[in-house]
Design a protein around this ligand. Structure first.
Ligand SMILES: Cc1cc2nc3c(=O)[nH]c(=O)nc-3n(C[C@H](O)[C@H](O)[C@H](O)COP(=O)(O)O)c2cc1C
Length: 183
């Protein structure tokens, strides 16, 4: 798939099964993240690649968060299972770096670009994925369990895996609704 086709047809896929990206394919995904635009080259990110027992480890963190936030038992049970919706979850964390020219917003933008780049690198290599957040991404208990400081942000859980499902056709969007020309 050429780059323009990827950009014009990209899509997410919530139903993901084994296999997960591995070996050279996974390394390409990592390298795509590390090529994200990054003001001052701060590399303000950390990525945790969870598979197998790592998904259960993440699920236990979410379960603890659900309990600590007094959620209903059904939500607590579900929390443990959430990461198992894919064979791989990459947790993308923005590790804030104090810098006089690069505010936190720009650093989060860089980490977000890295997430998008990883999803696209997975897609173009025959895998699929979806970027998720939800309330757990904001939860102080989750942040603490992931070793994050108060200034760090959980930018996304990138679920990756395989799918046999075709992407749903999306309606075309009129660019004029969102773009203004200053000629
Ligand atoms: C920062 C961010 C957080 C997101 N969080 C969720 C989420 O928690 N759950 C979800 O279903 N989609 C979430 N999405 C949206 C999906 O990743 C996806 O873009 C959306 O389902 C539209 O599908 P498409 O990517 O095929 O256009 C999030 C997207 C972004 C950029």
């Amino acid at each position: 798939m050429d780059a323009l086709t990827l950009l014009l047809t990209r899509h997410s896929q919530p139903r993901l099964t084994l296999p997960a990206p591995a070996g050279a394919v996974l390394e390409n995904i990592k390298q795509a993240a590390l090529r994200a635009p990054d003001h001052a080259g701060l590399k303000p990110w950390e990525f945790i690649v969870a598979t197998g027992a790592g998904l259960t480890r993440l699920g236990k963190i979410l379960e603890h968060s659900a309990k600590a936030n007094n959620k209903e038992q059904t939500s607590i049970d579900r929390a443990l299972q959430l990461p198992h919706r894919a064979p791989m979850v990459i947790i993308a964390i923005n590790k804030y770096v104090e810098h006089d020219k690069v505010p936190k917003e720009e650093q989060i933008a860089a980490t977000a670009c890295a997430v998008q780049a990883m999803q696209m690198a997975a897609l173009v290599q025959g895998f699929a994925g979806i970027w998720r957040t939800g309330s757990y991404a904001q939860c102080p208990h989750v942040k603490q369990a992931l070793g994050m400081s108060a200034d760090d942000e959980l930018v996304g859980f990138l679920y990756l895996g395989s799918t046999s499902m075709k992407a749903l056709a999306k309606p075309a969007v009129d660019s004029e609704a969102y773009f203004t020309a200053w000629d």
